[in-house]
Design a protein around this ligand. Sequence first.
Ligand code: HEM
Length: 220
Amino acid sequence: MDSPATTPFSTLIRTASHEQHTEAENSSFMSDMLGGRLAVSAYRRYTEQLWFVYRALEAAAPALRDDPVAGPFIRPELARTAQLERDLAHLGGASWRDALAPLPATAAYAARIEECARTWPAGYVAHHYTRYLGDLSGGQIIRGTAEKTWGFARKGDGVRFYVFEEIPNPAAFKREYRALLDRLPLDDLEKQQVVTECKRAFALNTAVFRELSEEFPLSA
Ligand code: HEM
């Protein structure tokens, strides 16, 4: 087995978070959503939670652009807030902002992102990785299901969050992203702390799913 010093960091972080990934994927909210068992109101509420998360990630971006650790990850083609706002306007109408409220788990998640952005750029990278690399991967499966279940136009309003117009080749983009992870200028201790923060990021996502499934239990 390779030591952490020789294993590429991108491999380390993926392997270390594998269990949390499986847990998030198999959460009842995700299973119900991918199984086509949820009403569009649940999808709307979920999309609202994403808005709080991406607002936290992306409001911090300008201040981190020149940071030696987080700066290389700040890529305008990843930004999702505008797409989420279009989806929410489609789902909730012009007054979509009026009903907007974060679940307690979402507020805690956004607060942790903001804290990392302010005080620990490498921790911010852990959150960045957990969301954006996931969106470029499994996010595409969620889009397909959402289009089928709720009748959104393919890659249209309602699912624009999942469409990265400016990333025509996600596989190549993910390879470059992993190369950035591998070049992170961090010592082994801080790399380990980033892995721990990544697991925390997954746990924060799972907590949001848990609260969503409490709000939208299946009647069956
Ligand atoms: C049911 C929901 C999900 C499905 C079906 C799914 C599926 C996938 C798949 C197939 C990959 C591998 C893509 C590849 O090897 O290129 C992947 C990667 C990833 N997913 Fe998910 N995922 C789901 C939920 C999540 C959630 C909730 C998160 C975190 C918020 C997440 C974060 C990630 C990350 C960070 C990666 C990249 C791993 C790496 O290559 O380093 N996923 N997902």
